[in-house]
Design a binder for this molecule. Sequence first.
Ligand SMILES: Cc1cc2nc3c(=O)[nH]c(=O)nc-3n(C[C@H](O)[C@H](O)[C@H](O)COP(=O)(O)OP(=O)(O)OC[C@H]3O[C@@H](n4cnc5c(N)ncnc54)[C@H](O)[C@@H]3O)c2cc1C
Ligand SMILES: *[C@@H]1O[C@H](CO)[C@@H](O)[C@H](O)[C@H]1NC(C)=O
Ligand SMILES: *[C@@H]1O[C@H](CO)[C@@H](O)[C@H](O)[C@H]1NC(C)=O
Ligand SMILES: *[C@@H]1O[C@H](CO)[C@@H](O)[C@H](O)[C@H]1NC(C)=O
Ligand SMILES: *[C@@H]1O[C@H](CO)[C@@H](O)[C@H](O)[C@H]1NC(C)=O
Ligand SMILES: *[C@@H]1O[C@H](CO)[C@@H](O)[C@H](O)[C@H]1NC(C)=O
Ligand SMILES: *[C@@H]1O[C@H](CO)[C@@H](O)[C@H](O)[C@H]1NC(C)=O
Ligand SMILES: *[C@@H]1O[C@H](CO)[C@@H](O)[C@H](O)[C@H]1NC(C)=O
Length: 480
Amino acid sequence: MRLVSALAVVILHVAGALASTCCNQLQQQLGDNLSFPNDATYNATVSSFWSMQESGLRPACVLRPATVLEVSKALEILSGNVECEFAIKGRGHAPAAGFANVNGGVLIDLATLSSVSLNQDSSVASVGAGAKWLDVYQHLDGSGVQVAGGRNGNVGVGGLLLGGGISHFTTKVGWGSDNVVNYEIALANGTIINADRTHYSDMFHALKGGGNNLGVVTRFDLATFPQGDISTTTITYNISQRADVFEAFTKLLESPKYDPLASLITSLLYRSTTKTWTLSSSAVYTKPVTQPAFYADLFAIPHETLVNNITSLAEYADEKDTFSFNWNFATTTLKPCAENLQKMFDTLNDTIYSFNPEGGVTWSIALEPLVAAMLPNSGDTNILGLERAYPGFVVLISALWPNSTANSEVEAKAQSVLSAWEADAKSKGLLQDFQYLNYAAPHQKPLHSYGKDEFDFLKSTSEKYDPGRILQRNVGGFKL
Ligand SMILES: Cc1cc2nc3c(=O)[nH]c(=O)nc-3n(C[C@H](O)[C@H](O)[C@H](O)COP(=O)(O)OP(=O)(O)OC[C@H]3O[C@@H](n4cnc5c(N)ncnc54)[C@H](O)[C@@H]3O)c2cc1C
Ligand SMILES: *[C@@H]1O[C@H](CO)[C@@H](O)[C@H](O)[C@H]1NC(C)=O
Ligand SMILES: *[C@@H]1O[C@H](CO)[C@@H](O)[C@H](O)[C@H]1NC(C)=O
Ligand SMILES: *[C@@H]1O[C@H](CO)[C@@H](O)[C@H](O)[C@H]1NC(C)=O
Ligand SMILES: *[C@@H]1O[C@H](CO)[C@@H](O)[C@H](O)[C@H]1NC(C)=O
Ligand SMILES: *[C@@H]1O[C@H](CO)[C@@H](O)[C@H](O)[C@H]1NC(C)=O
Ligand SMILES: *[C@@H]1O[C@H](CO)[C@@H](O)[C@H](O)[C@H]1NC(C)=O
Ligand SMILES: *[C@@H]1O[C@H](CO)[C@@H](O)[C@H](O)[C@H]1NC(C)=O
């Protein structure tokens, strides 16, 4: 026993020494932009993660590169030493521990690379990979054009686009990643390339869903589209209306003419402290139309509140961020079926109704349409394999809770709900293969869910551009 702990101490010392070697090497070249535990900059980066699980990790040092060349230099150094573990952080909104932070290693915080510019003819917006969506929407506000990005403005451009990207415009222009026309990316060895439809086209394709497995993207060039004000309607219902709401939601998914201007999320919310359920729909329409006809059935169901606003994208995305909670995400994709939604509710209620850890837990189940109109119609298709996954809806099971002693219990509850739903859906032929990477739990396999050809393509592209497998071995996240 004593020998084992002595060995553990030795190993910890070696790991610490290796991390400090990596940090020292970086400091020699990038001095001022490297910070260490207790520095104000280090603290600011580590406390800017959205989940407590991520902000609880302690990197040995934090690099905030001021330029793309500094990203390149850093990767050249880090890939030269196979022992240097590192993490790549956009805006830190992926909740799982170790996806964009690292204990004892080097954290590259891209938040400083956040400039936004619009080209001469307003067709392309160039966005630094460390920007958040609100930076982008505010920059473009009033220009007459917008881009397809996160619905919550605090979310990072980097993580959202590398995992796919669901926006208010998905039915109009496809996924966020479908609208990237060029990536500036630092490969594992530090070489910077620009990947577009004709140059490094394999890299271009792989980045549309491949996560952090291909390199560190430093800039995204995004196709714009004309956009004015939008219409937002939030409707809340008594939970006893759920049968009608599920029916209306399903009918919309099956509608042969899904309105390309619609952006709908129907959600269930449960608070364990009060044992109360809330049911709501966020019915956004990307033209300034009050009560769009497409949502008529949802509006007609007796509701508690209905609030409509005509507003700008920038204003609507300007939400308050919620720090200091633990978070868990998990996902599945299902075919539309109102009866199954009813069954899912019962399974969910049975599993979580009486589970009330110290401090409570709030569950939110978001149902997001995945319809034919969301398949990319251009040649620049993503790698998500969605052709096999529609019609249906993506389910995001999320939970937030303050007390970290409940972490494993909450994760186990989420996993048990998910497996019950999936087993049941599978037996009814309602389970789709797709798992959305940006909503997936660490135990899930979103990259595999794209399909075998897509997965093999991602793997061979990563081997081609990162033959040393640096991003596979030394960086956390969903790996190939
Ligand atoms: C409040 C909230 C709202 C959300 N809304 C939406 C939504 O509307 N639509 C949607 O599709 N998703 C949404 N998501 C999910 C979101 O897309 C993911 O959480 C995403 O990973 C966040 O990106 P980030 O840069 O903030 O996160 P980070 O945690 O910084 O990064 C996520 C992953 O991407 C990698 N990464 C980030 N930037 C780069 C880069 N430049 N190069 C290489 N790798 C990189 C990181 O290493 C990490 O593994 C939401 C999440 C939250 C918490
Ligand atoms: C670090 O960042 C500053 C700007 O914050 C920049 O002026 C400087 O050149 C950067 N690089 C190094 C090596 O200090
Ligand atoms: C950084 O955080 C640590 C621990 O929370 C604290 O002790 C230290 O004073 C902070 N440093 C600065 C400069 O605020
Ligand atoms: C919801 O409706 C039920 C009756 O169906 C009623 O008992 C309950 O009070 C209602 N809940 C709220 C929050 O109004
Ligand atoms: C929407 O309108 C209501 C009043 O009708 C207002 O109180 C609320 O702040 C508005 N919300 C947004 C997001 O603009
Ligand atoms: C949830 O389950 C509890 C306990 O079985 C039950 O009392 C309650 O009515 C259920 N809630 C709904 C909305 O069905
Ligand atoms: C967290 O929960 C545990 C019991 O599981 C309790 O002992 C502890 O006081 C709680 N912490 C806080 C900060 O509430
Ligand atoms: C970096 O990696 C790429 C892809 O493997 C390769 O083409 C390039 O020559 C490498 N550059 C250096 C300086 O080794």
